[in-house]
Design a protein around this ligand. Structure first.
Ligand code: ZN
Length: 499
């Protein structure tokens, strides 16, 4: 094989895989947004054909031969090509270590488990979901043994979502957070509570939709390439390449804040996905590199910018325009209300101070189940005990406790720490950005371009070219330090609660 032929074959292979992904993401998006109720089986049929074809294509002997040939000729490859070959080979080699029948059985298991989880959550019946969850944990332990026998199984899971992340990193990170967040929360608890009555009332859907579009424009999303849909659980997805990204939200008539902040959160994911370098379209480098870096961007826009006083002042006129009943409040009152701190049951609705405590509960439990120290059957009792210990609240039922998140039913073991890491990465990125960008002035004037240009330069345009840890260190100009995050929390909430 000639090197140029091989390079052309690699480009063609990636274009095909992108096309399969495009079709599958669109099917998924359609199912989650506008498809009529009775059409799931029809989509599942097409999806199974496409996913099998895509799997065959990426793991065929010809593909492996092509990748190994390119890997053996590193001097002929540029940095993009080297990284593509590395990523593709890593994927194929790993896939080959898992017996195909076990791989297929696992895919089937998670589809069934998600279905069962929905019903179990509705009925608040953990026992119904437990046998599936047990199989999911068992399979993850077994796959870890196939793919990385030298590693602790949970380290293997963590590494799947954040290249290089280990339990030792997480333990150190979470204990650093806990030592500052718990005392902060105790101080807040004895201060007068913030009044958030302005967030509640009747906010009809068309008005919320109008406001959502205004928010997307405000943070600088290119509305010709980013759409907004409605789903039960908000998410972001790219269709085919970074030229077509969709975000979704859920409008709750009783409060505008829930949709407002989910739109800004998903908008942050979308900005990251949409701003990969154009040369990366239809290659493995297109889009965000890891969940941790992704969350650093979504939570950056949602909290560090979106829940700042300057941002609330900026969008206040659009808010009044959409919801005239808010005219009797001041931006200051709204800003305080959207920053009210209160230990609560549901992670996705948690404030910035308690959010990471929710993540820590899941991390502790995953770690112990993966190590065989905790039985799946004992999870609800442990969950409830940890919520009492970390957040000081009683969990009334499994629906609002252990069954609230869908991640485990989809097989995503090791995913949760990236939410907390992302929050902390974001705070340090903001501190770094402030060395050269007057972020407050940007927010006051509504000009997001200097903020977005900084993120584009240091994070977005790189797509998956670098390992997440390397990308982060280079953007920060130094090592990651969670103290930036806890400093930020103490400073901001110290002001709000007069501490
Ligand atoms: Zn997110």
């Amino acid at each position: 094989m000639q090197i140029n032929e091989a390079k052309a074959a690699l480009t063609a292979l990636q274009a095909k895989l992108s096309a399969y992904n495009h079709a599958m993401s669109l099917l998924y998006y359609d199912g989650a947004t506008t498809a009529p109720k009775g059409t799931a089986a029809n989509r599942a049929q097409t999806m199974s054909v496409l996913s099998e074809e895509s799997y065959r294509l990426s793991t065929s002997p010809e593909t492996l031969e092509l990748l190994e040939f390119l890997d053996a000729n590193p001097d002929a490859l540029d940095v993009h090509e080297k990284r593509i070959v590395y990523l593709a080979l890593k994927g194929v080699r790993e896939m080959k270590k898992i017996p195909i029948e076990e791989y297929v059985a696992y895919q089937q298991l998670v589809v069934e488990a998600e279905d069962v989880w929905h019903t179990a959550k509705e009925k608040s019946d953990f026992a119904m979901f437990a046998p599936y969850l047990e199989k999911i944990f068992d399979t993850n332990r077994r796959f870890a043994g196939y793919c990385a026998p030298e590693k602790n199984p949970y380290d293997y899971c963590l590494d799947n979502f954040e290249d290089g992340l280990t339990m030792a990193d997480c333990d150190a990170f979470f204990s650093a957070l806990r030592s500052r967040i718990v005392p902060l929360l105790q101080k807040i608890a004895v201060r007068p509570q913030v009044d958030d009555a302005c967030l509640y009332g009747h906010f009809d859907e068309p008005a919320q939709h109008k406001f959502a579009l205004a928010l997307m424009e405000t943070i600088g999303l290119d509305m010709d390439h980013c759409g907004l849909g409605t789903t039960e659980h908000p998410f972001t997805t790219s269709l085919g390449s970074h030229h077509d990204v969709r975000i979704t939200t859920n409008f709750k008539v009783g409060t505008f804040a829930s949709s407002m902040y989910s739109v800004i959160h998903e908008g942050g994911h979308a900005l990251y996905d949409m701003n990969s370098d154009d040369s990366m379209a239809y290659t493995l480098l297109d889009g965000g590199v890891s969940m941790g870096i992704h969350e650093s961007q979504s939570r950056f826009y949602e909290n560090l910018l979106g829940r700042s006083r300057a941002f609330v002042e900026l969008v206040f006129p659009r808010m009044i325009d959409a919801f005239p009943q808010l005219a009797s409040y001041t931006p200051e009152q709204i800003w305080r209300a959207v920053n009210r701190v209160e230990p609560s049951l549901i992670r996705t609705e948690a404030d910035e101070v308690t959010y990471c405590l929710h993540v820590m509960v899941r991390y502790e439990l995953e770690k112990r189940v993966m190590a065989g120290e905790l039985a799946v059957a004992d999870l609800p009792a442990e969950w409830n005990r940890l919520y009492r210990e970390y957040l000081g609240i009683e969990v009334p039922c499994d629906r609002e406790g252990i069954l609230q998140d869908s991640h485990w039913s989809g097989g995503l073991i090791g995913y949760f720490p990236s939410y907390a890491l992302g929050s902390a990465y974001g705070a340090q990125l903001l501190a770094k950005m402030k060395e050269t960008v007057d972020v407050d002035a940007c927010l006051r004037s509504g000009d997001f371009s200097p903020i977005n240009a900084w993120n584009r330069e240091h994070i977005w345009r790189h797509g998956c070219l670098h390992k997440p840890g390397e990308l982060l260190t280079s953007a920060l100009g130094g090592a990651f330090d969670p103290a930036y995050y806890t400093d930020y929390l103490e400073q901001k909430f110290g002001e709000i609660y007069g501490i």
